[in-house]
Design a binder for this molecule. Sequence first.
Ligand SMILES: CC(C)(COP(=O)([O-])OP(=O)([O-])OC[C@H]1O[C@@H](n2cnc3c(N)ncnc32)[C@H](O)[C@@H]1OP(=O)([O-])[O-])[C@@H](O)C(=O)NCCC(=O)NCCSC(=O)C[C@@](C)(O)CC(=O)[O-]
Ligand SMILES: NC(=O)C1=CN([C@@H]2O[C@H](COP(=O)(O)OP(=O)(O)OC[C@H]3O[C@@H](n4cnc5c(N)ncnc54)[C@H](OP(=O)(O)O)[C@@H]3O)[C@@H](O)[C@H]2O)C=CC1
Length: 420
Amino acid sequence: MKTSEFKGFYKLSPQQRLEEVAKFSSLTEEEVSLLAKTGALSIEAADHMIENVFSVMPLPMGIAVNFTINGKDYLIPMAVEEPSVVAAASNAARMARVKGGFFTSNTGPIMRAQIQIVNVADPYAARFKLFEAREKLIEIANSQDPMLISLGGGMKDLEVQIVPSPLGTMVVMHLIADTRDAMGANTVNTMAEALAPYIEQITGGKVYLRILSNLADKRLVRVRTVIDKETVGGEAVVDGIVWAYTFASVDPYRAATHNKGIMNGIIPAVTATGNDTRAIEAGAHAYAARNGRYTSLTVWEKNKDGDLVGTIEVPMAVGLVGGATKVHPVARLAVKILDVKSAVELGEVIAAVGLAQNLTALKALATEGIQRGHMSLHARNVAVAAGATPDIIDQVVAEMVKARKVRQDYAEELVKQVKK
Ligand SMILES: CC(C)(COP(=O)([O-])OP(=O)([O-])OC[C@H]1O[C@@H](n2cnc3c(N)ncnc32)[C@H](O)[C@@H]1OP(=O)([O-])[O-])[C@@H](O)C(=O)NCCC(=O)NCCSC(=O)C[C@@](C)(O)CC(=O)[O-]
Ligand SMILES: NC(=O)C1=CN([C@@H]2O[C@H](COP(=O)(O)OP(=O)(O)OC[C@H]3O[C@@H](n4cnc5c(N)ncnc54)[C@H](OP(=O)(O)O)[C@@H]3O)[C@@H](O)[C@H]2O)C=CC1
């Protein structure tokens, strides 16, 4: 009987772990040697990044071209498994260039951490006492990270909420901190933990959680673009895209897919730069539901000239230091290719890719449908999975697309025919 119970698995070397996995899963020698192969991320470097490492998971990284943002041109590395995403981003950026590309602003690299205080006899008075202690709280928090303070960051302010709950009223203090070029989770968590004893003393309550909020609504980036009506295909296409957006703005079933399309642009760039994709996903979707109803992260309108105008506002907690950003050698190079000088610039660029991605998806959906563009690129995956060798992939793909039958069974049939 196989067992997944291992004591001290983490003490093994990556090679020893791979051997254990191979035994457990009856991997062949060939399969083991595939898992042992690493590329730019060495197994030693990977082993320092996370726990129980036994291999690495390579992803394709494409370059989205044509982006011009605030008058500066960017090449955008995108690490993603889904076909047509990089093509669609480049396609959108090509259209946006005609009227100057993308224009941005931001609210600064401001994060919030929450400190949950329970069993407070007089929550409203406790709230005021916390405000009265503002300077001391800031002093304690900022003594944790002299480096950040020297860079102009650190705790800047606090907010306090009285939150009813089934277990009784909670006082929730929000620590508001400027984390400069860091995503800032570790930074604000350290501050929040340091403040807890003093907060208990002030409020007479008990502190439980001390953790950042991924609803980073003080770390917003805003991106705007104007798409020339002729470039996008005429005023009827503009109207179609505005209708497509409007659908997402009023219907959460559609908004979820619409925002997934935006994340098609955002997450690959976040991944390529070694940032935390879960934090970005959580922040974006929570922000999309901030008014109690889940809605679109973008807005598309028609201006007085009949051109299409798109905007996106989204939390963007990404960093250039901390986490994996400086540790992963490929992430470092992705940042070099992007040539961004600050975390907020990186955030703005990533949000521009999200807006671009949304444009081409909506254009396709409101006109010919998604399948022609997307499936013709996806067809390559289907062909390979059906056993097409490099010399016949193009032929199999062309046949599937022509017949509008991008399907595994049809691809297998074509592979057999072509190989005859
Ligand atoms: C797929 C395209 C770009 C084809 O587009 P097309 O109109 O056939 O392309 P084109 O030949 O006119 O080329 C236009 C530009 O697209 C780019 N491009 C064109 N082909 C390639 C390629 N092979 N590789 C790289 N880049 C490519 C390239 O920039 C090119 O400019 P050029 O270089 O020729 O001056 C277009 O149909 C498109 O943008 N479709 C949208 C695809 C999309 O959104 N995919 C995401 C996956 S679907 C999904 O998950 C989300 C969704 C849709 O559900 C979200 C939602 O519901 O809102
Ligand atoms: N809910 C969530 O999203 C959570 C996420 N995380 C993880 O936290 C990590 C990110 O935390 P983060 O705080 O960014 O990482 P780090 O703590 O690794 O890096 C931040 C530190 O880098 C130093 N630093 C050096 N240069 C700069 C600069 N220019 N700007 C800012 N700081 C600088 C600072 O001080 P010093 O030199 O003194 O260290 C700062 O405290 C990610 O891996 C994320 O996955 C963790 C917990 C929860």
